[in-house]
Design a protein around this ligand. Structure first.
Ligand code: FEO
Length: 408
């Protein structure tokens, strides 16, 4: 169980760490890393709760509210985002806080009904609208698609705290301290923030940049997201990272390579080593993933942030090896478009993997620069071709980076 932490006078973090859920959204592994659901309480003439927690964490959240206030006395429950990792406790809170008004965006109003049957005591707020709590004032900013269409962020003064919900969030339970300036190294949290971004928010890069633009004039002292660290020391750091990451989806991805491979009996793996040798000889940074043994959650940060993708996978039942096909389907779901790509793979008799690859990347608008298929195990001649494929592809990626620089 967590303990409440005052983040500014009268404003408290009352988040909970979740170290028991294996898969966030039922897809993304967090068994090792955990995740936090950060909620906040503002004590003033009016009592306001900002965001909540997943249903299984109700007791932990309510116990923390109890240490600071009477849940029954809640005046407002601000719902920045309807996804149930933040609203699962809502019906419980509704019962325990009979006079609380649910504050949300217009689009969230309908979801309150469809998710929880809540149709009363709702106050819809629009962009720039304010609610006074006494000394504190809440101001609301619509930030659609960061992460769902109904999403908004809430700004509170005095304190200069931005409750940004999914925006600027990250995976990883909070390890002993909630603030960025309490950790010697932020490497782990930033890495988990990028994994979160690429797994959850990546599809909406343009909307993330719009939200950042909209908030640019706010004198933000603290960024208080609903997942991960509270950014008090350097709130600008996580904004810059999100801006950079959103840019990857708009063509600013790095001139580096993600090499994805799968193998059944080692033939495609042998070729993968030759291709990787070619890439390494040119000196382009590369990350290699065996997709059969690596959950796509850990592949997406690399795939999302790099311009070059090399896919090595054999034919299976006349199509592309299915685990690789599912990775490419996820790339499509996340709109990881506009990459430069290469394909190689082994087949036993008729082939088919290459054709499936071409079909799968068509909607992604990946430009296929190199392709190599071979029957059975690769010969020495095949491996030379593979090494050359790797080197040629790496040079093309290098060149695309230089072109990017020329274009500014
Ligand atoms: Fe953390 Fe989109 O919910």
């Amino acid at each position: 169980m967590s303990e409440a932490v005052e983040i500014a006078p009268g404003i408290y973090w009352i988040g909970v760490n979740d170290r028991t859920t294996d898969l966030f959204e039922g897809i993304w592994p967090i068994a090792r890393e955990g995740v936090s659901y950060n909620a906040y309480l503002i004590r003033d003439e009016k009592l306001a709760l900002i965001d909540l927690a997943k249903a299984t964490k109700g007791e932990d959240l309510l116990r923390q509210i109890d240490t600071l206030a009477d849940t029954a006395a809640l005046d407002y429950v601000v719902i920045n985002h309807m996804e149930p990792d933040h609203t699962g406790v809502l019906r419980l809170v509704q019962r325990l806080a009979p006079r609380a008004i649910f504050v949300c965006s217009e689009k969230a109003r309908e979801m309150l009904g469809t998710f929880y049957g809540i149709t009363e005591r709702i106050r819809v707020v629009h962009d720039g609208e304010t609610i006074s709590l006494g000394r504190h004032e809440l101001k609301f900013f619509e930030t659609p698609f960061v992460h769902w269409p109904e999403t908004m962020m809430t700004w509170v003064t005095p304190g200069g705290v931005l409750f940004s919900c999914d925006g600027f969030g990250g995976f990883g339970a909070l390890e002993g301290a909630i603030f960025d300036d309490q950790h010697d190294s932020l490497e782990y949290y930033e890495q988990e923030a990028l994994r979160y971004y690429s797994n959850i928010v990546a599809r909406y890069g343009r909307m993330v940049l719009k939200a950042i633009d909209k908030l640019a004039a706010l004198p933000i002292a603290v960024i208080a997201p609903a997942h991960g660290l509270v950014w008090r020391g350097h709130p600008e750091r996580i904004v810059e990272l999100y801006k950079q990451w959103a840019g990857y989806s708009l063509g600013a991805d790095k001139p580096e390579i993600t090499l994805l491979y799968a193998t059944m009996y080692g033939a495609t793996e042998t070729m993968m080593n030759a291709v990787a040798r070619g890439i390494t000889a040119v000196g382009v940074p590369m990350q290699i993933f065996d997709v059969t043994h690596t959950h796509v959650s850990y592949i997406l940060p690399s795939l999302y942030s790099r311009k070059g993708v090399v896919v090595g996978a054999p034919t299976y039942e006349g199509h592309l090896f299915p685990v690789m096909a599912s990775v490419l389907a996820m790339a499509e779901a996340k709109h990881l478009t506009g990459k430069k790509a290469a394909y190689f793979g082994s087949f036993a008799w008729s082939g088919g993997g290459q054709g499936t690859f071409q079909k799968l990347v068509e909607p992604l608008k990946w430009e296929i620069l190199e392709q190599l298929v071979f029957p059975g195990n690769p010969t020495a001649e095949d491996l030379k071709k593979g090494e050359a494929l790797g080197a040629d592809f790496a040079r093309a990626i290098q060149k695309s980076g230089l072109e990017g620089k020329t274009d500014g």
